[in-house]
Design a protein around this ligand. Sequence first.
Ligand SMILES: [Mn+2]
Length: 326
Amino acid sequence: MLNENLPYAEVRDKIDHAESITILSHLNPDADALGTALGIYALFAKDKSKKVEVVNASIDLPQHLDFLPYFKKIKHHMDYSQSLIISCDCGSIDRLGFNLSGRDILNIDHHQSNTHYGTLNVILPQYASSSQVAFELFKKNYVINAEAATCFYTALLSDTRYFTTSSVNEKVFSVAQELVSRGAHPDTISRNFTQRRPLSSLRILEKALTSLSLTQDAQVATLMVSKKDIDATGATVPDMEGIADYARSLATVEVALFAMELDDGIRISLRSKNTDVSKVAEAFGGGGHKVAAGFTFTYNDCQSGLEECVNKVLQKIIELGLLDEK
Ligand SMILES: [Mn+2]
């Protein structure tokens, strides 16, 4: 079934008129960002009439996603200066990591907080993943081959936490079914996605769990890892994805907060069961979804480090009265 509200003709027109295309996704990309970008890349990879590049500004990519078709094609700089930009899963233009002023941008996303920075914006917050948006947008006029289906399915599996989030509905399963019918293999993808993590990801999880503390009648859980922990385990930012989910899994916990002391600032990842944590992230200049959001404190904001940052976020959760609303 097609969604007739989508701008199929405008998208095809933009792509038809573009001599070259640059597919971008957000800094520190997750599986939805890269799966969506690589899935779109797969639609054009064999089309010799068009120059297409897939680029992400972060050097550290989640290496366990290297099973995605065309993963090795991802570059960290843009070669085309006049190309059509297709941005994937990225709520604000600065999170793409390049100067894109004056560029033609097709913005494909599902973040409620998206700032509509594109020249054409296809933002569907009711969809479970950006790959679902891309699949619905491209399936009318482009052949969704097995490579694209594999990428889009992986992205959907990841953003729905294996089909367990509140965004999962009948439509999500029908998209999954359409992707499987186009050549995505659920067993291979699940095995590749969940059973190839590096040792450093468990070592840093151990450090994070040791720091667990509960406040607000055990409704808020905090976890943190210091620069020292990160150095000692050799963990990368992608290794730390999903750590906040462990704290959220506790029966009493409504909001989980995970703080990472990184080189460029202290990154805060927020997860909740039902509380709207995107309001907290937005208060600090970040964004995200109702139950999964994040932002980064620069060291100017938080000179005395991790604990001060965590306290600021706890204060904000209380100040916004979020725990009372749920
Ligand atoms: Mn996403």
